[in-house]
Design a protein around this ligand. Sequence first.
Ligand code: GLP
Length: 259
Amino acid sequence: MRVIILQSKLEASNFAANIIGKCISDKEKAVLGLATGGSTILTYEALIKKYKQKQISFKSVTTFNLDEYVGLSPNHPQSYRHYMNNQFFDHIDINYKNVFIPECFDDDYLATCEKYESTIKRRGGIDIQLLGIGTNGHIGFNEPTSSLNSRTRVKTLTQSTIENNSRFFKENETQPSLAITMGIGTIMEAKQILLLGIGQHKSKAIAEVIEGPVTSFFPGTVLQQHKNAIVVVDKHAASDLKLYDYYIHTEEMNQKYMC
Ligand code: GLP
């Protein structure tokens, strides 16, 4: 696991956007796994900037989002479809036919989830999976105790996740308690994983992901077993790392000898 500690959320987001941008330039038909939430917004802004400056094009890019609430219409302001259109897709040249979000409109959840998995495979698998981290360790909506081999499925959200995300919903607005999410096994098949940790409120979760024991009780810890996982954090999210200085030193060595 590579740990990159940067001073600000802007630097961390630009770093993430550069990795994603390089993947898009290097690969003819890049397949991206995308995440929603607050942590990824600046990364999307940086990617939009690269597109507007004609450094990259999304014409041949395919995207798969990690998760979606059950029971929200695509144009509901809190649906992840709406978030993605608003924050990202509406500002770039992506073909909407190449955009996949695990939505189910006919109540056949099993078929929806199986189709999502097979579509990922048919498109050649995910090249880079962007992730945020929940304060309870969830990745996507894989809540604590999710099987480390799980596939795309419906998950019941924990009370802490519902509370954390309640800030996005209006008072008295019904907030879903179920979601469809890629499984941990699905996420782990991505060729590269890029987890973004932004802000002091993520410092405990980031320390656990990098330095804690691998356990389904804190799903993000499974990334320690991925061959090509990068955790990019700002200094606030890094503040609980026991080996903080070591990670800084290691990256200095990487810059010196590997670039
Ligand atoms: C949400 C989403 C995740 C996201 C995570 C962190 O509940 N399901 O995909 O990465 O929690 O969100 P944020 O970046 O807003 O802290």
